[in-house]
Design a protein around this ligand. Sequence first.
Ligand code: MG
Length: 380
Amino acid sequence: MRITNVEAVPIRHELEDTFANSQHWYNSREYCLVKIETDRGFVGWGECYGPIAGNREMVEKWIAPWLNGKNPMHVRELHEKIAVRARASYHSFLPATTISGVDMALWDLRGKAESKPIHELLGGKRRSSVTAYATGHYFRDVDNFETLKELFAEEAKGHVEAGFAALKAKIGLDRNTPWGIEEDIELIGAIREAVGDDVRIMADANQAYDRTEAKWVGRRLAEHDVYYFEEPIPVEDIQGYAHLNECLSVPIAAGECWAFIHEFEHVIRNNAVSYIQPDIPSAGGITTVQTIARLANENNIPCIPHIWGSAISIAAGLQIIATIPGRTMIEFDRTPNPLRDDIVANPIDNDGNTVSIPDGPGLGIEVDQDTLNTYRVNKI
Ligand SMILES: [Mg+2]
């Protein structure tokens, strides 16, 4: 079997309501998907994290000409060769997101060719379902803080009514809103009051704080029994992470902005996090994240992949999560997003607390090409 076509498929959805985390206001959701076709009719899909710009050009101009004609069944070898070529050409600007999307499409293709789910190709599944947690509670364009607090509390109740027993909220108001770290704690307090003591609450700062602020916030999050404190400080500050992880009682989580094995090894070796969160369309794809999950397990650190993408990255997340040896969860973004819910014929069934692991071939999803085309971006 030979690869006959490698294509970037950029898709975008303009949001009706903008929202923000500590770093960005979002007006749209967009992804660069990767479609790989073969001379035997099999098609594989992958997803690159981040903006279309860059990923699209890398897939079309740099990866496609090299990958065409290769045997797609040799996924690990192709992944390694692409990474080595990238390192030689792009040095530390290694295009991790692009490599991730291509890796994912190759695994999907191989699964389809062998008529097996990816988790079986990776050694077999350890679970047939996984607990889901609801991601939401973004900052909104409101005039007063009481309104935002009410929105956070109402949203939390909605997740619990939908059956979720764990949820994640954004903090780090200082950079993007008129409010600051004291209000960050008030938001978490409002959620705790709304949902009671039995719901797991996670707080995600998206690298908003310096070390001192993070310590202050972390101590107060512990008073609200927060399950973990995600990305408290910039991800380059591994020593800072190690320090916070040592001195705070709330566990530290991070991983969505790190890529490839050596970065995760460095994090784990420094005891920088208590939960590790590699993102499959960003950290190096299925090949890399499986290794990260094993490495984390060998060091007694639970791996809970970061997932904030289309239906394709959720499907990839489930395939990896199926194989994770220790404690884990699946992140389920609940912001309105048709690129998550509408582009596959069989979207991930989420009953609000657990998600079943698909057993269909490859990623276990069928991309609805007609619907996908309605979101396709021709020009960027
Ligand atoms: Mg995060």
